[in-house]
Design a binder for this molecule. Structure first.
Ligand SMILES: [Zn+2]
Ligand SMILES: [Zn+2]
Length: 305
């Protein structure tokens, strides 16, 4: 089996990532893909992939971090551009903001340049996790949707430049993500454009994602009873409607630990539990799920044996 989305590159595994990798292998999880959420965690994912034969990396900036490059500059940079639209006299203050805006532009180029260098490493198999997260935005107000969209689009363009698929993070933003993907359809890989990781949302968004050629990942939260906050369609229903040749298994470790381990740290070996859930929902054997999800992941991420 393959865990196509986890974070052994996070601090939660600083002491025992090696044990986790060994445990996964013993259980039959032969391939693990670690995913970055910022530049430093992307670097770590690449470092791990370069250390272990069966590990690969996905690099990108998560929507939660889209405004963390330099918050002060970003905040300042917004005002001068607006004020310069009117006929306001150039004051020392607006000059300073204009200066800040230029610095922000430089920072951004720098950030993308670093990511592009990482993306060209041989064991990097996709750009991710990228996308939109309106759930956290609504609850914490941390990253405004426009900034998230800007970062998402910049990374879709990057994926196109380096010819890699994308791994999408979506939380309560399915409609906007689909709209952006349709708008940039010419930038998506034509064979396998990418995947929605940890899928949740409406049947309509699922159908749109499938129509665009995307694969769909499920995690340990599919074993939780009931519906997650603000969700209307169960993960069981969504998995049922996902064709076998589009299914992927993942853990999002250290998060979303499946039952019966819920409440403890998640790890890639538990992706087996996700496979068992999918086998039940799709009414096929575990072996069938094991084979087909492994094949799907290898096709999508161009992983050779
Ligand atoms: Zn995510
Ligand atoms: Zn994740």
């Amino acid at each position: 089996m393959i865990d196509v989305h986890c974070h052994l590159n996070f601090h939660a595994y600083a002491k025992d990532y090696d044990d986790c990798i060994k445990r996964a292998k013993e259980k039959g999880v032969e391939t693990i893909i670690n995913v970055g959420t910022k530049i430093d965690s992307s670097e770590k994912a690449v470092e791990l992939a370069n250390t272990y034969d069966n590990l690969y990396a996905i690099v990108g900036v998560h929507p939660h971090h889209a405004d963390k490059l330099d918050e002060v500059i970003l905040e300042g940079a917004k005002r001068p551009i607006e004020s310069q639209k009117g006929d306001y006299p150039i004051t020392p203050e607006s000059t300073r903001f204009a200066e800040a805006a230029r610095t922000l532009q430089d920072d951004k180029k720098d950030w993308l340049k670093k990511l592009e260098q990482l993306a060209k490493q041989p064991k990097v198999v996709a750009i991710g996790e990228i996308g939109l997260d309106y759930y956290r935005y609504q609850s914490n107000g941390i990253v405004d949707p426009d900034t998230q969209k800007e970062f998402f689009e910049a990374q879709i363009e990057l994926a196109h430049r380096v010819n890699l698929p994308i791994q999408i993070h979506n939380r309560h933003a399915g409609k906007d993500i689909i709209e952006i993907l349709k708008h940039h359809k010419n930038l998506l890989k034509t064979d396998f454009p990418g995947m929605f990781h940890c899928f949740a949302g409406s049947m309509e968004v699922l159908q749109d994602a499938l129509d665009l050629g995307f694969m769909i990942g499920f995690d340990g939260n599919s074993t939780y009873p009931g519906l997650a906050p603000l969700e209307t369609t169960s993960l069981t229903e969504l998995a049922k409607h996902t064709p076998l040749d589009r299914l992927l298994t993942e853990t999002d470790s250290p998060f979303l630990t499946p039952i019966p381990h819920r409440g403890t740290r998640n790890e890639p070996s538990y992706v087996i539990i996700v496979g068992e859930f999918l086998a039940k929902v799709k009414n096929v054997s575990f072996e069938k799920i094991d084979t087909i999800t492994t094949e799907n992941a290898k096709k999508l991420f161009n992983i050779k044996d």
